[in-house]
Design a protein around this ligand. Structure first.
Ligand SMILES: Cc1cc2nc3c(=O)[nH]c(=O)nc-3n(C[C@H](O)[C@H](O)[C@H](O)COP(=O)(O)O)c2cc1C
Length: 311
């Protein structure tokens, strides 16, 4: 196919995708994909027994969050939040193992129940928590944000498991819708696996020898969402956390470069899922390769953020 025909095809494709009807259809498909793996459908199919503890921990954070918000209200009053209280209690009843009961999400939700019950009977007026100020200086944070770069060549220096854990551990420290904290990171520093993973991504074409000491997959548990309007939320929630990981990696001298999964073909994604054992209800949001940089990258031109400030 010559260049002109290719350009014409791309233009046609762009037209179709930009067409509002096609876009709406695509959005609906994404929504359908999410909804078929979401809580509502699982419940409909009465497959609750198949829900693992990770799911119930998620529901405890979600429902516990509703209860928690009520307890933090300045105008907290007794008798409110009964529905949320019931939902948290029900979710808690699904966690019975000793290990599950020790899980931080479970302990946190159980504490919310205790507080709620306590506040129904005494004169206390809900939770009053002090605002915690950060010790990080504005300039330091700005420096980390602005010096972070996506580099495409790395030193032949391995990354140890402790460092990978440090990077992954901040994924769920970003704001998440209803405090779901849906993230899960699949990671490898095995050179063969890294090479296999990167060759599946067309986005990795510009890397020197496609060598990288580390490969990460950032995923979202789609089961925790159920409303049609929430179809994009798993991606929003995890994407916010990915920036945490990228910045923390940067403070450790590691550059993470994101690889878009949009360029993954169906078969490539299947292979990737098989390699890591990723269940289908975990949506791959984005992947990343990383390492200690061998060279930097020029700062891409930054357009000024458009801000319309109403007075
Ligand atoms: C969602 C997403 C997907 C990306 N995919 C790729 C990719 O497939 N290949 C690549 O080389 N870079 C990828 N990048 C990195 C961008 O090219 C890079 O962030 C951009 O050029 C700006 O450069 P900077 O990160 O150094 O500021 C991706 C970035 C994002 C946010």
């Amino acid at each position: 196919m010559n260049r002109r025909s290719k350009e014409l095809l791309w233009a046609l494709y762009g037209r179709l995708v930009m067409n509002s009807w096609t876009r709406r259809l695509l959005e609906r498909c994404s929504y359908l994909k999410m909804i078929t793996q979401s809580e509502a459908i699982i419940a409909l199919r009465k497959r609750e027994d198949k829900l693992d503890e990770f799911y119930w921990r998620g529901k405890l954070r979600h429902y516990g969050h509703a209860l928690d918000k009520g307890l933090h209200r300045g105008d907290f009053s007794r008798g409110r939040g009964k529905r949320a209280y019931g939902l948290v209690k029900d979710a808690l009843s699904h966690v019975s193992s000793k290990e599950g009961r020790r899980d931080p999400s479970v302990v946190w939700a159980a504490r919310r129940i205790e507080q709620y019950e306590d506040f129904q009977t005494n004169e206390s007026a809900g939770i009053v928590a002090a605002y915690i100020k950060t010790t990080c200086r504005h300039d330091d944070l700005l420096d980390a944000i602005r010096t972070r770069r996506s580099v495409r060549q790395y030193l032949d220096r391995p990354i140890d498991d402790e460092t990978i854990k440090k990077i992954a551990s901040v994924l769920d420290w970003s704001p998440t819708s209803c405090n779901r904290q849906p993230g899960r990171v699949y990671a490898t520093s095995n050179p063969d696996l890294v090479r296999k993973c990167t060759t599946l991504h067309r986005g990795a074409a510009c890397f020197t020898n496609i060598y990288a000491p580390m490969f990460l997959l950032f995923c979202a548990d789609a089961r925790l969402y159920r409303m049609p309007v929430e179809w994009a939320m798993p991606y929003v929630d995890v994407a916010l956390g990915v920036q945490n990981c990228v910045l923390v990696a940067h403070t450790l001298g590691i550059s993470l470069t994101l690889l878009t999964c949009a360029t993954l073909g169906k078969r490539d994604e299947r292979n990737l899922r098989k390699m890591f054992g990723i269940p289908k209800y975990f949506h791959i949001v984005v992947s990343a390769i990383g390492g200690y940089p061998n060279a930097g990258a020029e700062v891409p031109v930054r357009k000024n953020t458009e801000l319309f400030l109403m007075k």
